[in-house]
Design a protein. Structure first.
Length: 191
């Protein structure tokens, strides 16, 4: 009988059931939006870029023993130094850097040598500009010796199977003396 009285009170207030239904619908829509947003972010990054190889090979190892490591698959990344479009391919010179768990180059880390990423088609230099972060997965095709200034440098060459050009990072914001962006004296910049 008590449950009937509670039901009667709920029915007497017609706004309460509609408000609860509205809150539930909003919660479901929010959850769905969050799932779609997270799914969209994850799907843009190729799985082979996200997954570290079982055996990590360093640039220096290839430079020391290219014959033994040619044909091995690597996941390397770093900062674009230069790019050259050839008649049937594109070569990207990259300053190798350590990678985060998801394959993104650690921009603040020290360089680990240079390598050439060979892509078997045209890439637009306006997109693959100097200082952008790039991660590639591909097969080691040997070493090419080229000049860096007057120095002869042994570049490991990777035949790219998969690549990911990381989004540009926004420039650092200027902080005033009180820690708020945009306030303070001209020329005052924070960390």
């Amino acid at each position: 009988m008590d449950s009937n009285r509670g039901q009667a009170r709920c029915d007497a207030d017609p706004i309460r059931p509609r408000a609860l239904a509205c809150v539930r619908a909003m919660a479901q829509a929010s959850a769905l939006t969050l799932l779609v947003a997270l799914g969209g972010c994850a799907s843009q990054l190729p799985q082979v870029i996200r997954e570290a190889p079982a055996k990590a090979i360093e640039v220096a190892q290839v430079q020391q023993d290219p014959a033994r490591l040619t044909g091995q698959r690597v996941r390397w990344g770093g900062t674009i130094i230069a790019m050259t479009n050839l008649p049937a391919s594109t070569e990207i010179e990259v300053l190798a850097r350590r990678l985060n768990a998801d394959g993104e180059p650690r921009i603040q880390s020290e360089g680990n040598g240079r390598f050439i990423a060979q892509v078997p088609y045209f890439l637009d230099p306006a997109e693959y500009e100097k200082a952008r972060s790039l991660t590639v997965v591909g097969i080691l095709a040997g070493v090419q010796t080229r000049s860096v200034g007057d120095f002869r440098y042994a570049y490991p060459v990777v035949r790219v199977e998969t690549r990911y050009l990381w989004p540009k990072r926004p420039p650092p914001m200027a902080y005033g003396p009180y820690g708020y962006p945009g306030y303070g004296y001209p020329g005052w910049y924070g960390p």
